[in-house]
Design a binder for this molecule. Structure first.
Ligand SMILES: [Fe+2]
Length: 199
């Protein structure tokens, strides 16, 4: 079973003006699609062919000889997850059990946003900022390139892509503006709350 490119969970124009159709055409239609195509090519005829994406990732994580498989598989997973982390009319503050957990583990929602943005800002070069559940506690992490919480035994609840291809067409070099917009206008807190409930 070849891996497939999932459709965006909203219309290609739905995140405008914050993330443009142009960005999504490249980011989903070219970058994400290329990771899927590369992964299928790399897996074809190997013993990992037919395994779930998560099984492929955990099977090759840490194996330098399988870095190509890991990078493409992880980037397929990361992007499929990232699209769901946003929605038109998103952003603002979460509510319910998720809000309570954020307040308990970070002290306040403001402290959470500060740490999340700091993780994205200090990820030198390409990578991802994450809200994860680690041993029952919410934490902020950042990963380089394709790396992801699954490879470290952690449960991802939210991610923000800070590769330049995520924001350059709309924000040029202003990564902080993209990160502020992501939190204020785009985060799909319902998705994050569902991930926490299922963890
Ligand atoms: Fe990306």
């Amino acid at each position: 079973m070849a891996h497939t490119l999932p459709a965006l969970p909203y219309d290609i124009k739905a995140l405008e003006p914050h993330i443009s159709q142009n960005t999504l055409e490249f980011h989903h239609g070219k970058h994400h699609a290329a990771y899927v195509a590369n992964l299928n090519k790399l897996l074809d005829g190997t013993d990992l062919d037919g395994k779930s994406l998560e099984d492929v990732i955990t099977s090759v994580a840490g194996d330098a000889s399988k870095a190509g498989v890991f990078n493409n598989a992880a980037q397929v997973w990361n992007h499929s997850f990232y699209w769901q982390c946003m929605k038109p009319g998103g952003g603002g503050q979460p509510s319910g059990a998720l809000a309570d957990k954020i307040n308990a583990d970070f002290g306040s929602f403001e402290a959470f946003t500060e740490q999340f943005k700091a993780a994205g800002a200090t990820q030198f070069g390409s990578g991802w900022a994450w809200l994860i559940l680690d041993g029952g506690t919410l934490k902020i992490t950042k990963t380089a390139n394709a790396d992801l919480p699954l490879a470290h035994g952690q449960k991802a609840l939210l991610t923000m892509d800070v590769w330049e291809h995520a924001y350059y067409l709309d924000y040029q070099n202003k990564r902080p503006d993209y990160m502020t917009t992501f939190l204020d206008k785009l985060v799909n807190w319902d998705f994050v709350a569902a991930n926490l409930a299922a963890a």
